[in-house]
Design a protein around this ligand. Structure first.
Ligand SMILES: NC(=O)c1ccc[n+]([C@@H]2O[C@H](COP(=O)([O-])OP(=O)(O)OC[C@H]3O[C@@H](n4cnc5c(N)ncnc54)[C@H](OP(=O)(O)O)[C@@H]3O)[C@@H](O)[C@H]2O)c1
Length: 354
């Protein structure tokens, strides 16, 4: 159902946060050209965007930025503004969320209007806020790709193919957004989960389904408990923190001859090794994943990570990413509302929020 009673005018120039040089702050540009969607794309009016570590990492380490100025921002909700000729399943005014293509600056959602492939868009459903919708897909898609593609775990009862009577997955960084989504998906797929996090997040992770939670501040004790619980047979580990914890995960895995080969998925520390890019590189696979995840979200089997809204719109992104980089954020995702940007009175007016 369209959220518009009257379709607003689409400007040709709009606000964007630009990367003008590597490892510098974003600059707010009030008059950046609004992209034009291709035949299989939609133009989306940005409402909320979540802040992901990749946003500061790509800028700091110069990866994924193929030209300057560049627009980042991928995990987003908004309203369909226009659709390409081949798009029949979305209409102007639909409230949607998406994970846009990292390789395309026009798809960066730190701007008022951005484009997305129709296959990467899902409708926001009743009860889901724009802010929560913007916080879910990078984490959920990455977790799903890690489990399905790298660990060969699929939805349904196929976990029994692993051969153990209990199927343990170790998630180091359970309170990362990705870890939180991985815990929930692993439970849906029939695995048992050991999550390592700060004690302050234990309850949050237990509610997500973690069977065992262990203290990240006592890694030796955590390793001892992991070996005890899995009787030294751990086969699956997921690290969402960095090289040091990835090594801890590797040391917990079973390497006995004659046992199935262990699998470690390490998300961080190898910036150029992006798992999430499969979502766009294989559109049929990506679209199937999106359908699966939105079906779980719609019935509450999958819950978005906790969010904290940072006020100030696009102008708050630099500071928000600095807080992520400084590891000040625990067990939640930072989200900004595009319409809070001081220049975006027109957007607020068009959405009826002025
Ligand atoms: N390769 C890919 O395709 C891909 C995709 C998505 C994400 N990533 C990467 O994966 C990493 C996680 O991303 P995210 O957005 O999920 O992170 P996030 O939500 O920003 O992670 C913050 C959390 O990290 C946890 N943490 C920090 N140090 C820890 C440690 N030593 N042990 C356990 N937990 C620790 C903290 O947990 P506590 O508060 O409990 O201490 C904190 O809550 C980032 O480096 C990101 O770039 C890669």
């Amino acid at each position: 159902m369209s959220i518009y009673t009257r379709k607003p005018r689409t400007p040709t120039l709009a606000i964007a946060l630009l990367i003008k040089a590597i490892d510098t702050d974003y600059t707010l540009e009030p008059y950046h050209p609004v992209p034009i969607p291709g035949p299989d794309e939609a133009l989306i009016r940005c409402v909320a965007v979540s802040l992901n570590p990749v946003d500061w990492q790509s800028k700091a380490y110069n990866f994924g930025i193929t030209s300057l100025p560049w627009v980042d921002g991928r995990d987003t909700s908004g309203v369909i503004e226009a659709v390409g000729d081949n798009v029949s399943n979305f209409h102007i005014g639909d409230a949607v969320f998406t994970l846009t293509d990292y390789t395309n600056s026009h798809a960066g959602s730190y701007q008022e209007f951005f484009i997305a492939a129709a296959s990467s868009i899902a409708r926001i459903f009743s009860g889901m806020s724009f802010e929560s919708a913007a916080a879910v897909l990078v984490a959920a898609i990455t977790a799903a790709i890690s489990l399905q593609r790298y660990m060969r775990i699929s939805p349904g009862p196929s976990c029994s193919a692993l051969g153990d009577e209990r199927h343990w997955l170790l998630i180091w960084g359970g309170a990362t957004s990705t870890g939180y989504m991985a815990i929930q998906l692993a439970k849906i797929y029939g695995l048992s989960v050991i999550a390592v996090a700060s004690p302050a997040n234990y309850e949050y992770l237990r509610q997500a389904g973690a069977d065992v939670v262990l203290d990240r501040n006592k890694p030796d004790e955590a390793l001892r408990r992991i070996r005890e619980i899995t009787r030294g047979k751990l086969r699956l580990a997921f690290d969402a923190v960095g090289p040091t914890t990835a090594r801890l995960c590797a040391s917990a895995l079973c390497k006995e001859p004659g046992q199935p080969l262990p699998v470690l998925v390490a998300l961080a520390g190898i910036p150029k090794d992006s798992r999430v890019k499969l979502f766009h590189n294989e559109p049929a696979f990506g679209s199937r994943l999106l359908q699966e995840l939105t079906a779980y979200l719609a019935v509450g089997r999958l819950k978005p990570p906790r969010i904290s809204v940072v006020s100030g719109g696009f102008e708050a992104v630099n500071l928000g990413l600095l807080r992520l980089r400084n590891k000040e954020i625990s067990g939640q995702k930072l989200v900004i509302r595009a319409y809070e940007t001081s220049h975006s009175r027109e957007l607020r007016h068009d959405l009826g929020w002025l």
